[in-house]
Design a binder for this molecule. Structure first.
Ligand SMILES: NC(=O)C1=CN([C@@H]2O[C@H](COP(=O)(O)OP(=O)(O)OC[C@H]3O[C@@H](n4cnc5c(N)ncnc54)[C@H](OP(=O)(O)O)[C@@H]3O)[C@@H](O)[C@H]2O)[C@@H](O)CC1
Ligand SMILES: Nc1ncnc2c1ncn2[C@@H]1O[C@H](COP(=O)(O)OP(=O)(O)O)[C@@H](O)[C@H]1O
Ligand SMILES: [K+]
Length: 512
């Protein structure tokens, strides 16, 4: 997953160091694009306008136009800049296109009025206006053209990325871009396809291979990766026939309060459902009766209660360490007490620690403790919690999710799970793994509590912490996808549904 600059470096390496010709990569890009879209076009009825800009994105547009015309599609090619502005590999492909006997309409000579009139004749637009070279805000005439296309009824296929969107997803506030129904991106997904609101302009996204050697991508290692289904099936823990409950982890969940009894239930159930051997819930004694009636499999550690919340854990770090392999703290904890026990855990519990929800609220006061902590720490904030932890605005975080979460994880030496659509898991070394499962049915109270239980379950069952977290995040989103694909309306999915369908989701994965 790359920024615009990283993509340029990859292209440059492939061209200058490996010796692939730019014209060849452009030919591959155009042909790969055509292969991807022809099944979506009816040759008899589709009337296609290819809009071509001055750069290499426009060059791809010439290859696409030539290929579609050779195959017998109805295509009009609109060259937006004056002919002489087209240079380099794009020029080469423009010449090949023209010498193949095909013509073009010069927007430059017809101007916007003519373009507007003709746009109504087309069923499809192929947007080869601007690609990774776009910067700043849209200039004339691209701005007017894009406005017209967005107002039209045409389906838009975009080349590499929607014109008007930067590859890095910056300039979110001034966003004005072509609204695509499909985007076909070349070789590597661009960062902005995983950031909202730019993602909304992409429509359906496909990534196609254009023949850039893997070495070029490795050389420009971006430290950002998608965590795919293949990764999950390759790395999910397998239960040995000889195993016993102790082999699958003894976990402690510190959660719940008198006014939030659901959160600890969801976390504990999710932890059990994902294979944890033994799960104990530490909860205030005032909330215990309501919670215990809903949890048959768990054991309990009752804590003194103040204001309906845990006042003290009433157990030493030594004992915690002997009894439990990992701890998750936070769901439904409340914010009325002082949270000092979180500081004690950060400093004195020398095993993996997950901090979520209200635990993160308290953590803000104890952040320096993370700088000295040597053991695995996992934080699972949503955007609002991360904004609170970093003193940034939510807008700022949204715009710079990748950069800010990387800085934070590296600074404090933690695994940071920045939740939301396309949850990012960042390791203390700054490697980022992006989750693509899940949908807006998850935007509902309690779903984060489920994730925390799932993360706890998997970090106790597999050694590699990033894999465990990414797998939990993938399965959590997949549970939501399973529900909406199997008859649940996305409005009515609730957090406990996710826990209930985990067996089917796991089954589907293990038998795929
Ligand atoms: N390199 C390779 O090997 C391969 C690259 N490939 C393809 O190349 C694409 C990248 O091509 P690229 O770098 O030429 O840039 P591109 O996006 O076409 O735009 C440049 C033009 O946009 C203009 N422009 C900029 N900002 C603007 C604004 N705000 N408003 C208006 N105009 C603006 C800018 O004008 P200027 O600022 O220079 O005056 C210039 O004319 C990439 O996305 C992929 O599709 C594939 O073929 C595979 C092989
Ligand atoms: N629109 C969305 N698309 C995909 N996943 C989402 C979306 N909205 C929320 N989620 C996921 O749902 C979960 C919500 O967590 P959180 O906000 O902590 O909920 P809560 O604290 O109420 O349990 C996270 O895992 C997040 O990634
Ligand atoms: K484009």
């Amino acid at each position: 997953m790359v920024t615009g600059e990283e993509m340029r470096q990859i292209d440059r390496y492939a061209i200058e160091e490996i010796g692939l010709k730019e014209e060849l990569l452009m030919e591959n890009a155009g042909q790969a694009f055509v292969n991807e879209i022809t099944s979506l076009l009816d040759k008899k009825t589709a009337k296609i306008a290819v809009l071509i800009g001055a750069g290499n994105n426009g060059g791809d547009g010439f290859v696409i136009s030539r290929s579609l015309l050779e195959k017998g599609y109805h295509v009009d090619v609109w060259l937006i800049p004056p002919l002489e502005k087209v240079k380099g590999a794009a020029r080469y492909h423009m010449d090949v296109y023209l010498k193949s006997g095909f013509g073009l309409i010069s927007y430059h000579t017809i101007a916007n009025e003519g373009f507007m009139q003709q746009l109504t004749n087309y069923s499809h637009v192929i947007d080869a206006l601007l690609g990774t070279g776009f910067k700043g805000t849209l200039r004339s005439p691209y701005k007017e053209i894009i406005e017209q296309v967005n107002k039209s009824n045409c389906s838009v296929f975009t080349v590499d990325l929607p014109s008007g969107i930067t590859a890095d997803g910056t300039d979110v506030e001034t966003l004005m871009a072509i609204k695509a129904s499909h985007t076909i991106s070349f070789q590597c997904p661009k960062l902005s396809s995983f950031i909202y609101p730019p993602r909304e302009f992409y429509g359906n996204l496909s990534i196609v291979d254009i023949g850039i050697p893997k070495l070029a991508v490795i050389k420009v290692s971006s430290k950002r990766h998608l965590w795919t289904e293949e990764d999950v099936t390759r790395t999910l823990p397998v239960r040995r026939p000889s195993s016993h409950k102790g082999s699958h982890g003894k976990g402690l969940i510190i959660a719940g309060s008198k006014s939030m009894t659901g959160a600890p239930i969801l976390t504990t159930r999710a932890c059990h459902r994902l294979g944890a051997g033994l799960v104990t819930l530490a909860t205030p004694c005032s909330a215990h009766p309501a919670i215990a009636s809903q949890l048959i499999e768990a054991t309990f550690h009752l804590c003194p209660s103040k204001n309906g919340e845990i006042d003290d854990l009433n157990i030493s770090n030594d004992v915690l360490e002997k009894r439990y392999d990992a701890i998750a703290i936070g769901p439904g904890l409340g914010r009325n007490n002082n949270g000092f026990f979180i500081e004690a855990l950060i400093k004195g519990y020398h095993k993996p620690l997950i901090i979520d929800a209200d635990g993160l609220y308290y953590l803000k006061y104890f952040l320096p403790g993370l700088l000295v902590r040597k053991q695995v720490t996992i934080l699972t904030p949503h955007l609002g919690e991360f904004a609170y932890l970093t003193n940034e605005s939510i807008k700022m975080i949204e715009k710079n999710r990748f950069q800010l979460s990387k800085e934070f994880a590296e600074k404090y030496g933690v695994y940071l799970v920045l939740k939301g659509p396309y949850t990012i898991v960042t390791t203390p070394e700054g490697h980022q793994f992006i989750n693509t499962t899940g949908n807006s049915s998850l935007a509902k109270g309690g779903t984060g509590d489920v994730l925390t239980g799932m993360v706890l379950a998997l970090i106790m069952q597999q050694k590699d912490v990033q894999m465990a977290i990414s797998n939990a995040t993938f399965l959590h989103g997949r549970a939501a996808d399973y529900l909406t694909e199997n008859g649940w309306n996305s409005l009515s999915v609730v957090a406990s549904d996710l826990v209930n369908v985990l067996p089917q989701v796991l089954d589907q994965l293990q038998n795929s």
